[in-house]
Design a protein around this ligand. Structure first.
Ligand SMILES: C[S@@+](CC[C@H](N)C(=O)[O-])C[C@H]1O[C@@H](n2cnc3c(N)ncnc32)[C@H](O)[C@@H]1O
Length: 361
């Protein structure tokens, strides 16, 4: 259910009621309340709602329950049923159209239910339409990466600890994790007291992230080629973008959006494949900006990304209005030596990643 509520004093609002599916005993036990905004939950039959909620809220929840029965999304205005033409969502490319933040994209998608499968299909079909190769790690690639990120010398012992160090003390800090993958950074930042939202374009990886963050961070399926329409201006204190930047085509738009959702004085951490590592691997010109497929180990899987020289990587971030505060070439932490001495030595000699901390002035 989507309700448009014009409100001249504070600005118009759009309210959503989502179907949460059926919660079994195990899921109920996992419900946690963040930020003390909610302190308890109860279940009530729909027919009792009038006695429990204020009138407008009861109308919204009843409309949502009716929409669930029909298997459709319903659109309201001021808590009342909206004009008939609203009941068929329009295509929303930027995520801000009448289809709502989680736009049910696709011109031929009248009133579909919001569910993971259709949202994921929507994101992927946009790539198919644009003929661009998908860069998000779908399906087997997502499962492979989730396992790899857990223990790999590159992710678990090199890039991730470096990014967490750059983040510093995050207690009470509102952080957006852009391309959160299997939720490793989000879970760790939340454990350190941050209020984290992770966004990710692969439904496969988002499922891994859900299991990992265990309700301690918000997660959203989002294509980073689209504006961050779900977030208001200056709504985050920090943004983490770990090993995602080189996958994105419309980086100017993404950086503009990150700048918008960061408060002035907020920080942005970006890590990427070290340009010299790509040069060693792919050869050719160091200054090549080719899109490449990098095979993953012996598997048939590969990741798709763009080679960026240092000048381009840093130049884009500075041109977007960020100020560089720190640049590091992360090396593995000491505990890797106990587990894999050869990898420890190799990654102390050959650069694999580059990470920067920037500030929004
Ligand atoms: C190397 S992984 C890094 C994941 C995580 N940040 C980490 O460091 O563990 C790159 C991530 O970018 C995501 N990604 C790539 N292109 C994307 C896009 N267009 N929209 C959203 N996510 C995307 C992939 O699905 C994958 O999770």
């Amino acid at each position: 259910m989507v309700d448009w509520a014009p409100f001249p004093k504070e600005g118009d609002k759009v309210l959503f009621v989502f179907g949460g599916g059926i919660l079994d005993g195990e899921l109920l036990k996992q419900i946690r309340f963040l930020d003390n905004e909610l302190s308890a939950y109860e279940f009530h039959p729909v027919k009792e709602l009038d006695g429990l909620l204020i009138e407008r809220l009861a109308r919204r929840v009843k409309a949502a329950a009716g929409a669930r029965e029909l298997g459709e999304t319903v659109y309201l205005e001021h808590g009342q049923t909206a004009p008939a033409e609203w009941q068929r969502p329009r295509t929303s490319v930027d995520g801000r159209g009448q289809g709502g933040t989680f736009a049910e994209a696709g011109p031929e998608s009248p009133g579909r239910r919001l569910d993971w499968k259709s949202m994921a299909t929507d994101l992927r079909s946009r790539h198919d339409v644009s003929m661009d190769k998908a860069t998000a790690y779908h399906d087997a690639l997502g499962d492979h990466f989730a396992a790899h990120a857990e223990t790999s010398p590159y992710n678990a012992y090199t890039d991730r600890p470096a990014m967490l160090r750059l983040a510093g003390d995050v207690s009470g800090v509102r952080i957006l994790d852009v391309g959160c993958g299997a939720g490793h950074h989000a879970a760790e930042l939340a454990a350190r007291g941050a209020r984290v939202i992770g966004i990710e374009g692969s439904a496969t990886l988002l499922r891994h992230a859900y299991a990992r963050v265990n309700g301690q961070a918000g997660l959203l399926l989002h294509d980073l080629e689209e504006p961050l329409g779900f977030a208001g201006d200056a709504s985050f204190d920090g943004v983490v973008c770990a090993l995602v930047y080189e996958h994105i085509r419309n980086r100017v738009q993404l950086l503009g959006e990150i700048r918008r959702v960061l408060r002035p004085g907020g920080w942005l951490l970006v890590s990427t494949t070290h340009p010299t590592a790509d040069w060693r691997h792919f050869g050719g010109s160091y200054f090549s900006h080719d899109w490449r497929d990098l095979p993953i180990g012996d598997s048939e899987l590969s990741i798709h990304y763009q080679r960026l020289s240092l000048e381009t990587f840093l130049g884009e971030l500075l041109a977007a209005g960020f100020v560089l505060e720190q640049l590091i070439e992360p090396r593995p932490t000491a505990d890797l030596r106990e587990i894999d001495e050869a990898a420890y030595d190799r990654l102390h000699q050959v650069p694999s990643f580059l990470a920067v901390k920037l500030r929004r002035p």
